[in-house]
Design a protein around this ligand. Structure first.
Ligand code: THG
Length: 377
């Protein structure tokens, strides 16, 4: 995942190949100074343009454009498309509306998380599932084949650029007028630029506000990318990417880091996206009822650690005063506003209560920490 690249840390080049795809924006961001990539859905995702801490302060004050083309779409269309999308998620989509986005845990028959995408209802018979990092297209195809559903499943050429930060509203208003400011959170509509209509949603993987432009027309879309940088100078615009510091303090979860197929939605605090009492049919429903009745045995919580730096790659044990493991740290970084390390950890029962203290070993030394609620702010 995104890391703070310290001088003392060894760094390595990424060997690009056909299997590890660039995006339509790659040549641009490489001119604009990208310094680190992570891999997401077999694609390059910018993780840093220099200091992640500088980018954090900038994101909270100004506006950034992010190449998040790695958030791939699975398009599901056809007569049974609504049935298939519903089968994959525990969120009740029976009252969903065209032009709306829905954050939807995708789970398997054992209620293990497979992904946590944003689902866009283009219309009743055409959906985009905007993915975190796992191969949902294969899961969807398997389910469609097994159930003999009448659907088409594809990965369309859609490459999202996100416009994030408090000044994103003024910037986008300059291009698209007042209508775009009035878009509801998680609503989307089509906006004209360069002779094409572009799907734009009020959404994004930060809590600083902004939009996501689902680019389908590369010629006008890349003109829009360049145009935003040109007219964005007065808003101190910069290229960026999902910011590790900001997304942790905002409690935005990262599939594969904070949770994976070994965790269920209740353990991840997704209760409001679980509808076991509705009559819709989805995988894992019976299992979820059982989990609900029995209660969860671990829970994602926030942690605050009295340390000035950490690099989480893998899981790190959290132990109590008797050296018993009480949970594992899954993401974490130094936060300059909290002036300590904050992170996201899976805490075992019965320890998942706020203020529970623990110790963690970082580079050979023990540090004190406390469990807290998510989000941090
Ligand atoms: N945008 C789009 N696709 C994506 C992401 C995105 N795919 C990958 C990844 N991000 C999926 N994960 C998330 C996690 C959180 C949110 C969106 C996608 C999010 N959550 C809000 C929150 O938690 O407050 C709102 C949730 C809600 O409305 O219920 O935005 O960012 N296109």
């Amino acid at each position: 995942m995104a890391v703070m690249l310290k001088k003392k840390m060894k760094t390595f080049l990424i060997a690009k190949s056909r299997r590890l795809r660039g995006t339509p924006y790659t040549s641009r961001i490489e001119k604009q100074g990208v310094t680190a990539y992570t891999i997401y859905n077999h694609m390059l995702l910018p993780a840093a343009f220099g200091s992640v801490e500088d980018a954090y302060h900038h994101l909270k004050e100004h506006v950034q454009i992010w190449d998040v083309a790695a958030e791939r779409q699975v398009e599901i269309s056809g007569k049974d498309s609504a049935k298939l999308v519903q089968l994959m998620t525990c969120r009740d989509l029976s009252k969903s509306k065209d032009g709306r986005c829905y954050y939807c845990p995708i789970i398997d028959d054992n209620a293990g998380l497979i992904n946590d995408p944003v689902v866009l209802r283009l219309n009743e018979n055409r959906w985009w599932v905007s993915l975190a990092d796992s191969d949902v297209i294969l899961f969807a195809k398997g389910l469609a084949i097994g159930n003999k559903f009448d659907v088409k499943i594809s990965e369309p050429d859609v490459d999202i650029m996100a416009v994030q930060g408090p000044k994103s509203f003024k910037l986008m208003e300059k291009v698209f007028g007042e209508k775009i400011v009035n878009l509801k959170f998680f609503g989307f509509d089509y906006f004209e630029f360069g002779g094409d209509k572009h799907l734009i949603a009020k959404s994004g993987w930060s809590k600083q506000g902004g939009y996501e432009i689902y680019m389908e027309h590369n010629e006008s879309g890349l003109k829009l990318y360049d145009h935003l940088f040109k007219i964005g100078k007065e808003f101190n615009i910069r290229p960026g990417g999902p910011n590790l510091i900001e997304r942790i303090e905002s409690g935005l979860l990262s599939h594969g880091n904070d949770m994976d197929n070994g965790d269920n939605p209740y353990e991840c605090g997704f209760d409001k996206y679980v509808n076991i009492d509705s009559d819709v049919d989805f995988l894992g429903k019976e299992k979820l009822k059982k989990i609900k009745a029995e209660g969860i045995k671990k829970k994602l919580m926030g942690v605050k650690i009295d340390a000035k730096e950490i690099s989480v790659n893998g899981s790190m044990d959290l132990v109590d005063e008797d050296n018993n493991v009480i949970g594992e740290l899954r993401s974490g970084c130094y936060n300059p506003s909290f002036k300590q390390v904050i992170g996201i950890a899976m805490i075992n029962k019965p320890h998942f209560e706020t203020s529970k203290s623990f110790k963690i070993n970082i580079n050979g030394s023990d540090f004190d920490g406390k469990v807290c609620d998510l989000p941090f702010i």
